[in-house]
Design a binder for this molecule. Structure first.
Ligand SMILES: [Zn+2]
Length: 351
C-alpha cells in the first residue's frame, strides 16, 4: 500500500541483477529477475545449487521473452547444469507461469502447495472470450466505476492461460511442516495465506535464509484481494493470521528473499509493519463508513494516493477484501444499493 522504504530494514544489494544475470546472495543461492509487463515490472526468481542440478524457486510469466531469458540464464549463470526441480510458492501467474514449460521441456519435477496447483490448473482451463456473468455481477457488487465496467463488458478479460504454460498432470505437494533439502540446506516449509491461498515459504535450518515469495515483501504491501471465484472469502483475516504466526519466527539477521523488490534484513520490523498497515487501513476505512459506501468509493482512505487505471482492478479487489473483513467481523453492515453494489456502513453500538 505505501511505497516508502520503511525504517529498520536493510537492503544488502542496492541493485537488482540485470537481464540474464544472477547475483549470488549466499553460497549456492542465485537471485535472478524476469520482466513483467505491468506497473510492478519484475519478479524475483532463485536457483539453489543441488550439486548435480538446480532447484529453482518461481518462474516468471510464460512469454517468448521470459523463455529467452531463462535460456540465457541456464547457459550462463546456471552453467548448463539441469534444473531438476521447480518449486512454485503460489499460483499467481508471475510465479507459476513457466512451471509447465520446465516440466515438459526441461524434464524438471514440480513441487508446490496443493491449493496452488489446483487453482493454477483450474484457471488455465477457464478461458473466457468475454467476461462471464458471475464476474460482471461481482464487479457490480463492488461498485466498479460505470465507464470501466462498460469497457470490461466488451473486452476479452485477462486470461490466466495467456501468461502461463500448460501444466501437465503430476506434481508433488508441499505442505505445512515439511522439511525439504535444497541448496545444501534443510528448510522448514511454512504456509502463508491471504495473498494467495496456501502460499509456501521456506525457512533455512542451517543459516539465515528465508524464501518468502509474495507472503513477505519489503517496501510494498502484498495485494490482498477478493475475487468472483470466492466472493465471501476473508483474505484479510487469513493474511493477519499468517503474519502473526510468521512474526514469531522472524529474526533480525534473517535475509529475506522475496518475490519482488530487494532482499532485505529486519524481518521482525517488517512483520510488525505488514500487520500494522492493515490494522491502520481498516481503522481509516471504518471511519470513512459514516455513510454507506461501495468498494469503488473507498480508495482514498485505503491507499492514501491516486489510483491510476493500470492499478484499478487490483485496488478494487483489495477494497472489497477490507470492507468484507469489516462486515464479517461485525463492524460494518452491508446492504444492496439500487445499482446492485454492496454498500457498507459502520455499525454504531451502545450509546
Ligand atoms: Zn503473488
Amino acid at each position: 500500500m505505501d511505497a516508502a522504504a520503511p525504517a529498520g530494514l536493510r537492503y544488502p544489494w542496492e541493485q537488482a541483477p540485470g537481464e540474464g544475470e544472477a547475483t549470488e546472495v549466499a553460497e549456492g543461492v542465485l537471485w535472478m529477475r524476469l520482466p513483467l509487463p505491468m506497473k510492478l515490472d519484475h519478479v524475483n526468481v532463485y536457483a539453489l545449487d543441488d550439486g548435480a542440478g538446480w532447484t529453482i524457486i518461481d518462474t516468471g510469466f510464460a512469454s517468448k521473452r521470459s523463455r529467452a531469458i531463462w535460456e540465457s540464464l541456464l547457459a550462463g549463470p546456471l552453467a548448463g547444469k539441469p534444473v531438476t526441480r521447480v518449486i512454485v510458492t503460489h499460483h499467481h501467474p508471475d510465479h507459476v507461469g513457466l512451471a509447465g514449460w520446465f516440466q515438459t521441456e526441461k524434464a524438471a519435477d514440480l513441487l508446490m502447495p496443493r491449493t496452488g496447483w489446483l487453482m493454477a490448473r483450474m484457471l488455465q482451463l477457464d478461458v473466457q472470450d468475454v467476461p462471464n456473468a458471475e464476474s460482471i455481477a461481482f464487479y457490480e457488487s463492488a461498485g466498479m466505476e460505470a465507464e470501466i465496467l462498460a469497457q470490461r463488458r466488451s473486452e476479452r478479460p485477462f486470461n490466466f492461460a495467456d501468461v502461463t504454460a500448460p501444466l501437465p498432470l503430476g506434481y508433488t505437494r508441499l505442505k505445512e511442516g515439511d522439511v525439504i533439502r535444497m541448496g545444501a540446506r534443510d528448510w522448514d516449509v511454512r504456509m502463508g495465506n491471504g495473498h494467495a491461498p496456501e502460499h509456501a515459504t521456506f525457512w533455512s535450518r542451517d543459516d539465515n535464509l528465508v524464501l518468502a515469495g509474495d507472503q513477505i515483501l519489503p517496501s510494498i504491501s502484498p495485494n490482498i484481494g477478493v475475487y468472483a471465484t470466492e466472493p465471501e472469502a476473508d483474505p484479510v483475516a487469513d493474511w493477519l493470521e499468517a503474519c502473526e504466526r510468521f512474526a514469531g519466527f522472524g529474526r533480525g539477521d534473517h535475509l529475506v528473499l522475496g518475490g519482488h523488490k530487494l532482499p532485505f534484513t529486519g524481518l521482525p520490523t517488517r512483520m510488525r509493519q505488514l500487520i500494522e498497515n492493515h490494522h491502520g487501513a481498516l481503522e481509516r476505512l471504518l471511519d470513512f463508513l459514516d455513510t454507506p459506501k461501495a468498494a469503488g468509493d473507498c480508495f482514498a482512505p485505503l491507499f492514501k494516493r491516486k489510483i491510476g487505471s493500470g492499478e484499478y482492478g487490483l485496488a478494487l479487489v483489495e477494497a472489497v477484501a477490507h470492507l468484507s473483513h469489516l462486515h464479517q467481523a461485525g463492524l460494518a453492515s452491508r446492504t444492496r444499493r439500487a445499482d446492485g453494489a454492496w454498500v457498507y456502513q459502520k455499525v454504531t453500538t451502545g450509546e
